[in-house]
Design a protein around this ligand. Sequence first.
Ligand code: FE
Length: 172
Amino acid sequence: MRISKIIIMFLIAVFLTACDKRPKETVNEQQKTGAVQMCGIVKTDQEWKDTLTPEQFEIARQKGTEKAFTGKYYDFKGDGIYKCVCCGNELFDSKTKFDSGSGWPSFFDTISQKNIASVPDNSLQMERTEVICSKCNAHLGHLFEDGPKPTNLRYCINSAALDFEERKKPDK
Ligand code: FE
């Protein structure tokens, strides 16, 4: 009886120690380097700065917003795929792009729900839904429910968070 009690106490102590340590190390590491892990891509702020322009870094890694009607894609009508500027994850097809009049590239659907994550954003005293790249956690923009049919959704995205790749024409 006494031995089993000791074993149980020992296991509880081990469990509590493990629980206590893990979050602290994660938070400290994130605070130190700015690295965030989603589905595999982890880079420090400095590593992102090495591959992004200052504008891309500010918007995609620091939740910035480009001024309306200034981004390179808001009035762009190319046929192809918009990828995450940070990691190349395929996000939007130009076939779902529409002119929202907002001054930012707008899409009514994603290439795959798996490629984008939505998180609540209560900054600026507003209740909004932030959309991020599910692969590298890049800030992309916001999601609104006033888009056109068939989804009635409007993904309002910063040009600086996107990289456009033209669709390949089939060989004749
Ligand atoms: Fe990404």
